[in-house]
Design a protein around this ligand. Sequence first.
Ligand code: AMP
Ligand code: ZN
Length: 141
Amino acid sequence: MSHPTDGNCIFCKIVAGQIPCFKLFEDDATIAFMDINPVNPGHALAVAKGHWPTVDVIPADVLAAVARTAQQVAKAVISELKPNGVNLLQANGEGAGQSVPHLHIHVMPRRPNDQVALNWDYKPGNKAEIETIWKRLKAVL
Ligand code: AMP
Ligand code: ZN
């Protein structure tokens, strides 16, 4: 199966076997491996084999395959490591904290008081503002 690749991309190099990884799983469209900067023990990544930077450009079937792989890894993390919880996180663009522009889903085990800055407190929104944005988005869906 052929995939788009980018010779300068670290994840493309991992997919091509040019740099090593702690590989967990692989199928035609995806690969999963351990994150080398884990937020907690067991932090892993489900990665498309092809080079698509973000959610808006990756083919839907490949995204679905990455989600399936993330689920497989999450099941293993949950059953084997028994974390307090697991976040699946997928960043798009620098503003979202994406550092590797090759689509991936983080599987992040959580531990009590781990200080991972992902959770937030509820703050009620402005209904009129929500409705205005809702109309704009609905119009393009
Ligand atoms: P993001 O910031 O969402 O783009 O996440 C990129 C993730 O890739 C970070 O959590 C990095 O620690 C991880 N990462 C970068 N290079 C490697 C590598 N060679 N092997 C494993 N994980 C990596
Ligand atoms: Zn890539």
